[in-house]
Design a protein around this ligand. Structure first.
Ligand code: MN3
Length: 201
């Protein structure tokens, strides 16, 4: 069974005004879908890997045949990272903040929520070129990855991600990545982030 594109959990315009409908549409139906198509074409040569779940594929690249390893790293990571990104976003709401265990974990690791936000934005802004900024566990850390690399390759469990590839924001924000990162806080689905945290064994 080939890997599949998960259905977007909201309409293309659901993240307006912070991420515009056109950007969501192109990002999901072109970028994300193309990573998926390229991942499946690479793995077709070794269909046994279709039995693995995607997280296992992305985190065990040393076991992937060398002739498809780079394609799987870039496109498998591309699919896996976007599967997290879309699901940790939701329509905007006022006073959007983490609650429960994830709020406690953030306070414990980073001081308070505003300190966490500042550090997270710094990670996103500091990623040269293309990549992602993450909150991962365990331990609870803030970091960024280049290209389509993923925290699971470092033995970390991804909780929250923001895509800082230009395709994620350029139509609306052009070169203003900082403004995109500043607005990201309005559309985070903290319930989803907390669920990921609570699912950690
Ligand atoms: Mn992207």
């Amino acid at each position: 069974m080939a890997f599949e594109l998960p259905a977007l959990p909201y309409a293309f315009d659901a993240l307006e005004p912070y991420i515009d409908a056109k950007t969501v549409e192109i990002h999901y139906t072109k970028h994300h879908a193309t990573y998926l198509k390229n991942l499946n074409s690479a793995i077709e040569k070794y269909p046994d890997f279709f039995e693995w779940d995607l997280e296992k594929v992305v985190s065990h690249l040393d076991q992937i045949p060398e002739d498809i390893r780079t394609a799987v790293r870039n496109n498998g990571g591309g699919v896996f990272n976007h599967n997290i990104y879309w699901f940790n976003l939701c329509p905007p709401s006022d006073d959007n903040q983490p609650t429960g265990r994830i709020a406690q974990a953030i306070s414990k690791a980073f001081g308070d929520f505003s300190a966490f936000k500042a550090e997270y934005e710094k990670a996103g802004l500091g990623r040269f070129g293309s990549g992602y900024a993450w909150l991962s566990a365990k331990p609870d850390v803030l970091h960024s990855t280049p290209n389509q690399d993923s925290p699971v390759q470092e033995g970390l469990i991804p909780l929250l991600v923001v895509d800082v590839w230009e395709h994620a924001y350029y139509l609306k924000y052009q070169n203003r990545r900082a403004e995109y990162l500043g607005n990201f806080w309005n559309i985070i689905d903290w319930k989803e982030v907390e669920n990921r945290y609570n699912a950690i064994k």
